[in-house]
Design a protein around this ligand. Structure first.
Ligand code: ATP
Length: 302
């Protein structure tokens, strides 16, 4: 079944086209990444998925429920961890989570609340007032709040922005477990390493449009090969100059060369030796999501 179906969604803020006709189907059980630079439209899209803002055109369904015409049913299937920390400061952590459960009509939810708090390392803060929590702790409560009704679809908008390593690890362990148990997870993050480690499929947004949509492994394969990083005493022979990547960043004696297969490394080294240059240092680097991201954002394609 399709967990989230986004069909031709458009949103405009005055003269700014924040989303220009986005279509996307995320299947049940996926761990999906929504990536893009600041202002690409990720939060706008998530707010539309959550039914918090209205699109100017198009539609979104969650497990078949339209987020506008069938809001309550759609909302019940969805847990959203928003980017901003907004809380009522007078409630304790447990009260906050009970209130949220009440919103979904769950009167006796303490077993699950306890389990969520335990998994997010919040148990010893259960009776602390929200206003007395640190930013990182508040973020944990935001995650817990999104999960009180065991939603089959979990959307996290930059959940690890500015949080420490410990929370990241705790959070990813718990979210991975929920994904293994069948929950669909959609994540936006600026930490591309995190996206590469967690997401099986990604969409890249740029200026309100999807500019790449593929599995993580296919995207990484798409960027041809790897890089050979050379530190030379002497100049790079002219017949290798065309292999230089990011020429604008080249420091004298240091070169990044694009290679398509490892056999090319031998040829390059032979040419360097013939030219009389001496190799001080060399490194082979695998392409990663960051290379792909930068290339897509700069050139629009890989
Ligand atoms: N309420 C609003 N009024 C006017 N413009 C808005 C509003 N909300 C968002 N925008 C603009 O819409 C565009 C998309 O914003 P959005 O927050 O969706 O991007 P984002 O991809 O989530 O960015 P970030 O990575 O910085 O969170 C931006 O140019 C933003 O300035």
């Amino acid at each position: 079944m399709t967990a989230i179906h986004i069909n031709q969604v458009q949103k405009r803020y005055q003269s700014l086209q924040a989303l220009g006709g986005v279509s996307l189907a995320i299947e049940e059980g996926e761990f999906f990444g929504l990536l893009g630079p600041n202002g690409a439209g990720k939060t706008t899209l998530i707010s539309i998925i959550a039914g918090l803002i209205r699109p100017d055109g198009g539609s979104v369904t969650i497990h078949g429920h339209d987020v506008q015409t069938d809001f309550r049913a759609a909302r019940r299937k969805l847990g959203v961890v928003p980017q901003e920390l907004v809380f009522d400061p007078f409630f304790t952590v447990r009260e906050t989570l009970r209130l949220q459960s009440g919103y979904f009509g769950l009167a006796r939810n303490d077993d699950w609340i306890d389990e969520v708090m335990f998994n997010l390392d919040l148990t010893n803060k259960a009776d602390t007032n929200m206003r007395a929590l640190s930013g990182g702790m508040k973020r944990r409560v935001l995650v817990a709040q999104a999960l009180v009704h065991k939603p089959p679809v979990i959307v996290l908008d930059e959940p690890t922005a500015g949080v420490d390593v410990e929370l990241r690890q705790t959070l990813w362990k718990f979210i991975s477990r929920l994904n293994r148990e069948g929950h669909t997870v959609v994540l936006t993050t600026h930490y591309l390493e995190e996206a590469q480690a967690m997401c099986k499929r990604v969409a890249m947004l740029k200026a309100g449009k999807i500019v790449a949509l593929d599995t993580m492994s296919a995207l990484i394969r798409r960027i041809s090969g790897s890089q050979l990083n050379l530190h030379l005493k002497g100049a790079l022979p002219p017949q290798l100059q065309h292999l230089i990547t990011h020429a604008e960043l080249t420091v004298p004696g240091e070169y990044n060369l694009r290679i398509n297969d490892y056999a090319e490394v031998e040829t390059i080294l032979a040419r360097v030796r013939e030219s009389g240059a001496v190799i001080d240092e060399m490194q082979l680097q695998q392409a990663d999501l960051e290379d792909i991201f930068l290339q897509i954002m700069e050139k629009g394609t890989v």
